[in-house]
Design a binder for this molecule. Structure first.
Ligand code: SF4
Ligand code: SF4
Length: 433
């Protein structure tokens, strides 16, 4: 699509990047059928092609209204459209740029702005989030509808009850870092511990960097781009002593003690993984961070990629794990950030099959579950419809439990089913014990 950038944006890096992305779109419409919001609403303006057209108008300086903002807000950023696009349109990047510009032009009501601000303060801060979660669970029985649904139930049937399991000591010379993230430590602390136990059996110690935290996705996708980039810089600073050459300062050397040359930075939440893999691109204009951020992104691996590369060691371990004549049936929900964002498809599934599980067929597996970061809170009706469709698809093969790879999807799907829902690495960890 030919685009003539308006003066306000024509010399900015974001404007030029957006123009390049829009130019790649050939209006073919292949993306429409795969878009969850177009499927639900049937309006071209709630499809990828329609939203690209809206963003083109914004960049060309045409009037921007709250209607424009509404159609962009309704997008899940699931990036299913990128998977099917024959022209390689980087829609996810475009919608981040477009939303940022629209936010500056039309703003938000005080209530909507306050809600977004509260999410940006609560979610990336594990201490604040854990306190709010405790409070929310206390008053949950008094709430109704979507507000009640947005608070995960207390821990009787969920994984956090298993969190007392030990994290193995860092005994191996092979080491990898892991990102704790922001909400995962409070909601599912067993996930990273399970990853550490599985990697320990392979001969890799999983370690944590003290000052690393939220990957920056929450703020960035809520259009607070600078705030999101600051979280990213903080993680680069926290990880750099473990991945760079030996630091010159005493503090740097101390931070690196016993961890020289980590082989990878492991992500157990695909929502964080897709963002950290983009640090290099998002910080490319920051002279102080560009090179380091590119190296961090290069080292970042989803836990499934790490295990796939260690198949020669993992395979015999799985072969020795107890044989189950009545194979447990699992339905695997592949998060959008895994299958569309990072384009990792079939890897965790292959490992689970090798571990002796039977995977059921899940119809429309490319569709989003409706979690999508803060989407389930900000667009509850659409999110709920997508959740109902997803749960019906996951349950259709009559599985005994559901496995997934991202904390947001895990909590969201759990809220819609009576089946157990866990991170697949926890299921593998159980199998290997
Ligand atoms: S599939 Fe790609 S090129 Fe075709 S309309 Fe959609 S975004 Fe544009
Ligand atoms: S990211 Fe998902 S919801 Fe947004 S336009 Fe693409 S397919 Fe539709």
């Amino acid at each position: 699509m030919q685009t003539k950038l308006a003066d306000f944006v024509k010399d900015s890096p974001e404007g030029l990047e957006a123009e390049e992305i829009i130019r790649a779109c050939v209006h073919c419409g292949f993306c429409l059928a795969t878009c969850p919001t177009y499927q639900l609403l049937g309006d071209e303006l709630d499809s990828p092609r329609g939203r690209i057209y809206l963003m083109k108008q914004v960049l060309e300086g045409e009037p921007v209204t709250q209607k424009t903002q509404l159609h962009l807000d309704r997008c899940l950023t699931c990036r299913a459209c990128e998977t099917v696009c024959p022209s390689g349109v980087r829609y996810g990047r475009l919608v981040d740029i477009g939303r940022g510009i629209v936010e500056k032009k039309v703003g938000r009501s005080i209530t909507a702005g306050a809600r977004r601000y509260a999410l940006r303060q609560a979610l990336p801060n594990p201490g604040v989030f854990a306190s709010l979660l405790k409070l929310g669970r206390g008053i949950r029985p008094l709430l109704r509808g979507s507000l009640k649904g947005s608070i995960p139930p207390p821990a009787q049937r969920i994984t956090e009850t298993k969190s007392t399991e030990a994290w193995p000591s860092a005994r191996h010379t092979r080491k990898m870092l892991v990102l704790d993230g922001c909400v995962q430590p409070a909601l599912a602390p067993n996930t990273n511990a399970a990853a550490a136990r599985v990697l320990d059996k392979i001969g890799i110690s999983l370690i944590r960097a003290e000052n690393a935290g939220c990957c920056g996705a929450v703020s960035y996708h809520l259009n607070a781009h600078q705030e999101g980039l600051d979280y990213m810089r903080r993680n680069v600073d926290a990880w750099w002593p473990y991945v760079g050459k030996v630091p010159e300062t005493t503090e740097g050397r101390k931070a690196m003690e016993g961890a020289e040359g980590v082989e990878a930075i492991v992500m157990t939440a695909s929502g964080c993984g897709v963002t950290v893999k983009e640090y290099g691109h998002l910080l490319r204009h920051d002279a102080a961070y560009a090179e380091k951020a590119a190296r961090i992104s290069e080292l970042t691996k989803d836990i499934s990629e790490v295990l796939e590369a260690e198949a020669a060691i993992l395979g015999p371990l799985l072969d020795r794990s107890p044989f189950d004549a009545n194979k447990t049936k699992l339905a695997f929900h592949s998060p959008c950030t895994l299958q569309h964002g990072m384009r990792i498809r079939g890897v965790a599934e292959k490992i689970l099959i090798a571990a002796g599980f039977e995977l059921t067929v899940v119809p429309d597996a490319h569709l989003c579950c409706g979690s999508a970061g803060t989407y389930s809170i900000l667009q509850p009706e659409l999110s709920q419809q997508l959740l109902e469709n997803k749960v019906a698809a996951l349950e259709s093969g009559r599985p005994a439990r559901i496995a997934t790879a991202n904390i947001g999807c895990l909590m969201h799907v759990r809220s819609g089913t009576s089946l157990p829902v866990d991170h697949w690495i926890e299921i593998l960890d159980e199998k290997l014990r």
